[in-house]
Design a binder for this molecule. Structure first.
Ligand code: ITT
Length: 214
């Protein structure tokens, strides 16, 4: 854990706070998600914030792109937290040889409810015998600031799909995704490398620039 200790509150409103100093009052940032892995990664990359998950349960991600779906998710929780930072992350994997699939359907590629193993198996099946393994992860972040201004940021990470799954770290398609410049999957490389080069890291770098400028 590169940044220190993480404290986790009980479900359903789980939170992560990356602690740097004992003389430090963290600011709450509400993240519209049910995905604990996203909460943990974002908390690691936004030190100084206590990242609290608020599940926008029941809303439908009907936008045709990642930015639109991130905006739908953040708007579903923003009214509940006046005067606070609110954020949503919509992300997914796009595979060149599959015309950009699974794309915005990444979580439900093999059907509902989300089944990570089935998604990964289907992806490998659909790429059987395919030489072009180029793929990219995209992360769109929608932010509502305490002054209620709205902002968006997008980060992308290029790579390729491995021939088989390897590694146990991370989540989702991480056991299949080899980022450019590396010979192992995100699930093998682990959080230090992932949080330095990932789509989420790049979108959050832009978010930090936005936050600093407000
Ligand atoms: P919330 O909508 O509640 O935030 P979710 O997991 O359903 O959680 P998305 O709708 O954004 O999130 O779907 C993203 C899917 O894309 C996710 O379920 C993974 O399968 C995949 N994905 C996104 N980021 C990833 C990452 O960093 N590593 C591996 N897979 C990722």
């Amino acid at each position: 854990m590169p940044h220190g200790s993480i404290f986790q509150a009980p479900d359903p409103s789980f939170s992560f706070f990356v602690h740097h100093s004992s003389f430090f009052m963290p600011m709450k940032l509400y993240l519209a998600t049910h995905n604990k892995h996203k909460v943990q990664e974002i908390a690691e990359m936004l030190p100084g914030f206590e990242v609290v998950a608020d599940d926008p349960a029941g809303i439908e991600e009907t936008a045709p792109d990642f930015v639109g779906n991130a905006q739908i998710k953040v708007e579903a929780i923003a009214m509940r937290h006046p005067g606070c930072w609110c954020m949503a992350d919509d992300s997914g994997l796009e595979v060149e040889a599959l015309g950009g699939a699974p794309g915005v359907r990444s979580a439900r590629y093999a059907g509902e409810p989300c089944d990570t193993e089935a998604n990964n198996a289907l992806l490998l099946h659909n790429l059987e015998g395919v030489e072009n393994r180029k793929a990219s992860f995209t992360c769109a972040i929608a932010l509502v600031a305490p002054d209620r201004t709205r902002h968006t940021a997008v980060g992308k990470c290029n790579g390729r799909i491995a021939l088989s799954a390897s590694g146990a770290k991370g989540f989702g398609y991480d056991p299949l995704f080899v980022p450019d410049g590396y010979g192992e999957t995100f699930a093998e490389l682990g959080e230090a490398v992932k949080n330095a080069v990932s789509h989420r890291a790049r979108a959050l770098a832009e978010v930090k620039r936005i936050m600093t400028g407000l």
